[in-house]
Design a protein around this ligand. Structure first.
Ligand SMILES: C[S@@+](CC[C@H](N)C(=O)[O-])C[C@H]1O[C@@H](n2cnc3c(N)ncnc32)[C@H](O)[C@@H]1O
Length: 218
C-alpha cells in the first residue's frame, strides 16, 4: 500500500472484488465507472499517433485503451494476467499481445513513443511501481513520453473510500505521492485532475536525458 494509505477489506468486499476480476465483468465495470471520460483525457494527452509510432500499454488488461485512442499506430499490450491478454489476443488478432510483467518489459531499449500506464499503479507496490517507471523510461525513445492515469487515495471522501474497499488494487496513492515518485524519472510536463466518482490524476512524463544522471535504476 502506498505511503500513508490504509485500505479496509472485509469478506464481502473480497467477494465483490473477485467477481470484478472476471475480465468481462471488469470491462462492463470500467465503462460504468467512467472509462470513457478517463480515456478522453488520455486521448487528448496522447494526441494522434502515426503508423510508425509505437504505444506500449503497460498492464493493458483486455486492451480497452485501443478503443479510445486515435491514429493508426502500432499497439503493444503487455499484461500479466493470461486470461485478460488471451481475451485481447482473441478479439484483436492483428494487434501485438504480450503476456509479460510491466516491471520487466520484454521490449528493447529506446523503441517506444508512448508508454501508457492506465489504472495499473495502484496494483503495484512502491518498489514495483518504481521498477515499472524505470522500465518505461528504458524502452522510451529520447523524445518519448510516459502517461499515467490512476484513481487517487482520498481518505476524506466517503465515495472514494467505498470504491477502494471493492478494488483489487492494494496500493492506492495520493496525487502528490504519485507525482513525487514520477518526478524522479523525468520531467512532468502535463498534469490533469478530474473526477468520475473517484478522483483521478493524469500525468505526462518526458524521459530525462540519461546523461544528466537523473534516470534512477530500479
Ligand atoms: C485495473 S486494470 C487496468 C487495465 C487497463 N489498463 C485498462 O485501462 O482497462 C490493471 C491491470 O494491470 C495488470 N497488472 C498488474 N500488475 C501488472 C504487472 N506487474 N505487469 C503487467 N500488468 C500488470 C492487471 O492484471 C490488470 O489487468
Amino acid at each position: 500500500m502506498g505511503e500513508g494509505t490504509e485500505k479496509p477489506l472485509n469478506m464481502f468486499s473480497r467477494f465483490i472484488s473477485r467477481i470484478v476480476a472476471n475480465p468481462q465483468v471488469y470491462n462492463v465495470v470500467q465503462y460504468f465507472f467512467g472509462a470513457p471520460i478517463a480515456y478522453r483525457h488520455v486521448r487528448e494527452a496522447v494526441g494522434s499517433l502515426s503508423a510508425q509510432q509505437v504505444l506500449v500499454d503497460i498492464g493493458g488488461g483486455t486492451g480497452i485503451s485501443l478503443h479510445f485512442l486515435l491514429g493508426d499506430f502500432r499497439y503493444l499490450c503487455v499484461e500479466i494476467d493470461p486470461v485478460k491478454i488471451g481475451l485481447f489476443a482473441g478479439n484483436q488478432p492483428h494487434q501485438m499481445a504480450i503476456l509479460g510483467d510491466g516491471t520487466r518489459l520484454p521490449i528493447a531499449d529506446t523503441c517506444v513513443d508512448v508508454a501508457l500506464c492506465a489504472f495499473v499503479a495502484h496494483h503495484l507496490t512502491d518498489s514495483d511501481f518504481r521498477q515499472a517507471l524505470s522500465e518505461a523510461m528504458r524502452v522510451l525513445k529520447p523524445e518519448g513520453c510516459f502517461i499515467l492515469v490512476d484513481p487517487l487515495w482520498r481518505p476524506k471522501h466517503v465515495v472514494s473510500r467505498l470504491l477502494w474497499a471493492y478494488d483489487r488494487g492494494e496500493h492506492p496513492r495520493t496525487g502528490d505521492r504519485l507525482l513525487e515518485m514520477m518526478a524522479q524519472y523525468g520531467d512532468i510536463c502535463e498534469i490533469r485532475r478530474f473526477s468520475v466518482l473517484h478522483g483521478y490524476l493524469l500525468a505526462v512524463v518526458r524521459r530525462a536525458p540519461v546523461a544528466s544522471g537523473r534516470l534512477p535504476v530500479g
